[in-house]
Write a protein that binds this ligand. Structure first.
Ligand SMILES: Nc1nc2c(ncn2[C@@H]2O[C@H](COP(=O)(O)OP(=O)(O)OP(=O)(O)O)[C@@H](O)[C@H]2O)c(=O)[nH]1
Ligand SMILES: [Mg+2]
Length: 366
């Protein structure tokens, strides 16, 4: 594929087209680079690119640049930083100016990253600012996420670290030519000491403008495996619904014999069921007892006997999922309802899903 063809494909993907099947898989490593504005993410991406090119590796860069919305200035700056890489056929650079657009940015850049990996690049660097949903989306789709900090951030570091702890695979303290590097590293170490050993991200010191520390960072990246099984936070099994004739008879198996924690019990008038919720890691088991002979659950038990009734999937955008299902002709049971907790939910008929009744849930405020 020529650079021009790739650029055209990238534009199509940015505009919502699916990634062509022949470019959907690759062996490359997707590296998310995030951190506060001005931390040196773009400079680091340029320095990483120089080092990677020196090792004969190809590099694609996706820059997501909210700070450029007013003037495009940051992108101009990035152009200068990337100057030596323009014209190198082993480097492909895509800057996404957000121009105030909100939402979906993270997913678009994640799609671009997958496209570039599918196009055969050895490393795909994805730059983004901050710690919002976009960063979480990018971190979820990246194999490795670098969180770039700088010395002398003072109180800011606490706030920034709080949001970035979860997504950092590697911390980079950039601008190591400036005073206060060791203090920042020390603060990070103190904070990381609270995390269980074995899950503490390593800390690297770099000076992006002259490349100091960058070879060590590339060594670390070269050792990283693709995280094929990295959890995608957009999808979560929220709970498994089990129809029972009697909570009094069934509950002790879960609580006493299995030793699970009972989260609560309630009567859901809308569905005419008594519900008991049990904790299973971040998910739950929902035991459903008919509260009336004409409830859906009573009819289910009459017809099929007690047992597995439905599986509930939590998604971040129910209407998007619903639109996709509708467009594909799936059989939806009614329209989204609002549950007691304020969440939205709807059901997909088993005929459309290989025999499972799916409840799709979207949390309140997401
Ligand atoms: N002294 C010093 N300056 C650096 C270093 N890395 C980057 N800079 C400078 O810091 C400024 C910001 O660098 P960028 O690479 O644009 O930072 P960024 O994190 O991409 O910034 P945004 O994309 O706007 O959030 C520039 O003036 C860089 O030259 C470094 O290691 N040492
Ligand atoms: Mg930048």
């Amino acid at each position: 594929m020529t650079t021009r063809e790739l650029a055209q494909l990238a534009t199509a993907v940015e505009n919502g087209s699916p990634i062509p099947a022949e470019h959907s898989e690759g062996e490359g490593l997707i590296v998310g680079i995030t951190g506060p504005p001005g931390a040196g993410k773009s400079s680091l991406a340029a320095a990483l690119t120089t080092e990677m090119r020196g090792r004969g590796k190809t590099v694609a860069i996706v820059a997501v640049d909210p700070s450029s919305k007013a003037t495009g200035g940051a992108i101009l700056g990035d152009r200068i930083r990337m100057q030596s890489h323009y014209g190198d056929p082993g480097v492909f650079i895509r800057s996404m100016a957000t121009r105030g657009a909100s939402g979906g940015l993270g997913r678009t850049s994640a799609s671009l990253a997958r496209l570039f990996r599918g196009a055969g690049f050895d490393f795909v660097l994805v730059e983004t600012v901050g710690a919002g949903q976009d960063e979480i989306d990018i971190a979820a789709s990246a194999d490795v996420t670098l969180v770039v900090l700088v010395p002398g951030m003072g109180d800011d570091i606490q706030a920034i670290k709080a949001g970035m702890m979860e997504i950092a695979d590697i911390f980079v303290v950039n601008k190591a030519d400036r005073p206060g590097v060791e203090q920042t590293v020390g603060e990070l170490e103190a904070m990381l000491s609270l995390a269980p050993e074995g899950s503490r991200p390593p800390i690297f010191r770099t000076t992006a403008i002259d490349g100091a520390g960058v070879p060590e960072l590339v060594d670390a990246l070269a050792r990283c495996e693709r995280k094929l099984l990295k959890p995608d936070p957009r999808w979560l099994i929220d709970h498994v619904g089990v129809a029972v004739r009697s909570l009094a008879e069934s509950l002790p198996f879960y609580t006493d014999q299995m030793g699970m924690k009972l989260l609560g019990q309630e009567m859901v008038a809308q569905e005419k069921v008594n519900v008991a919720m049990l904790a299973v890691g971040p998910s739950r088991i929902e035991l459903l007892e008919p509260a009336s002979p004409d409830s859906t659950i009573a009819k289910f038990i009459d017809k099929r006997g007690p047992g597995l009734h439905h599986v509930a999937m939590r998604v971040d955008d129910l209407s998007a999922v619903m639109n996709r299902l509708e467009a594909a002709g799936a059989k939806l049971l009614g329209t989204p309802q609002r549950g007691a907790g304020g969440h939205l939910y709807m059901f997909v008929h088993p005929a459309s899903s290989g025999g499972v009744l799916w409840e799709i849930i979207q949390d309140q405020g997401r």
